[in-house]
Write a protein that binds this ligand. Sequence first.
Ligand code: ASP
Length: 601
Amino acid sequence: MLDVLGNLERTHTCGELRETHVGQQVVLMGWVAKKRDFGVLTFIDLRDREGVTQVVLSEEDKGEAHAKAKGLRGEFVIAVKGEVVEREGTHNAKLATGGIEVHASEILILNDAKVPPFQLEVAGSENLADESTRLKYRYLDLRRPQLQHNIRMRAKAVAAIREYFDKRDFIEIETPILLKSTPEGARDFIVPSRIHSGKFFALPQSPQILKQLTMISGFDKYYQIARCFRDEDLRADRQPEFTQLDMEMSFPNRETIYREIQGMFNHVLRLIGVELPAEWPRLTHAEAMRRYGSDKPDLRFEMELQDLSDNLRGTDFAPFAETLKSGGEIKCIVAKGKADYSRKQTDELQEYVKRYGAGALAWIKVGDETTSSLLKVLGEKKIAQLVSTSAAEAGDIVLIVAGRKSVVAAALGALRNEIARRENLIDRSKYACLIVTEFPMFEHDEESDTYVAAHHPFTSPMDEDLELFKTAVNDPSQHHLLGQVRAKAYDAVINGYECAGGSIRIHQKDIQALNFKALGLSSEMARERFGFFLDALEYGTPPHGGFAAGIERTCMILCGTENIRDVMAFPKTASAQDLMMDSPGDVDTSQLNELSIKIAN
Ligand code: ASP
């Protein structure tokens, strides 16, 4: 039989009571986290979102309550009335309430609970139940203190972001979820319209065009905590829907926006007591790629890429000679003190770089007797030269990749992270931030031999590259020059994660039209898809720009987790399913009929 709550009210939470409350009569309510039954004495760990309090029932003083406690099981919901008593000699230092316990005089069983399908209280994340079971019963998994902490941290982060932008006179504007598509490179989720049979809305990949329109509307400074939807191929750290802080402002230059990026993240990271520099380091995209092989380098450790190409020009070792002849490069990283890597380890690393398109991984182990996988083909003298260029010292291993520039960067950039991970080179107490600037405006798609927007089609070219841009678009024989045009686009990187990205936008209609042309959109197509926007650009559009920051990424940093699902209340799996609601799911034929939709197979 369950009890009724009636007029009973909580006096305290389960995380609140201390020695100063000793002697007080209190009422606590929560879940039975644990029960230990010692016959005459029963101990209950009572849990709510604020913490855990030990409740004691003894047969001698409180016969009825004690008898009732016998029937309690894990996750029952109870109310406890009792007196706060100092714990005798057994303070539990692990609990904030560990100095006291509540001697219960009355217990109300407010609800029972089935035995949970997995254990909620486990020591260490490695002992957690399998993730799909936990996602199916997400509401139970969310009771774990770690997830309670993460979700509350997320709420604090969003509150801090709002506080930051409100204070700086940005206006929060909600933009619609039912949109026409605003392509940002990914596939849209589409929503059929019943009223306009055969027509579709698209869910926003981001509010990009709308936020630009708020600038044309004269709001000057906009922000929004915006839900975005991208139907992308799946990756472990991606979710089909996610949240961004989205901002835009009028009349900025790039520095104006960097100031807001820095200011916002610095404000948010103070939530975990981290003070980032007022002005973050900057690297151009080209320099980041050259030195770290990545546009989001983790700067908590060094291990920069070194270029060995000049040393190897003129070599008759065919793989290197051919690489250099075809415009490729030969680069290395130095793993400090790792000359003792075994054959098995270097083989593993070789397999690792192959995943990034590298043909092979060559190595030099530096020491009294320097050895190398290249010794036979290059000879001792050349090897010594390479060691000197790479600045490796005795005890180090030099790891070398040759190939196309993009392959060498991808392979060594990834290898740099992999070695840091294997060798524990990352100081987890450090937070390394960076703004990467001057991203390329276009990426070349080799398969179709076309250029696609590296950021999105509304990003402005650098002033210095405007002429190059115009020539490349207008003169078909110069089309390949698009690959050299740099954009006023930037990313914010913290600890190797891309946390935010944005750009100064094109605000002149002619340049916007030119950019659509560069992207292979005929003027009819551009008109059909973006006519409303091209029109708007003609009515006095101020120069404007902005950025968007991933709320999940930011919270992963705040919570120290690498699993995106740890910072979302109800996430989807890596294969875009909701295991709790079992979605996506079927719909009735009548619903489909209303929408004039037939499932083909
Ligand atoms: N809309 C862009 C994105 O979602 C951000 C921006 O350019 O402001 O990545």
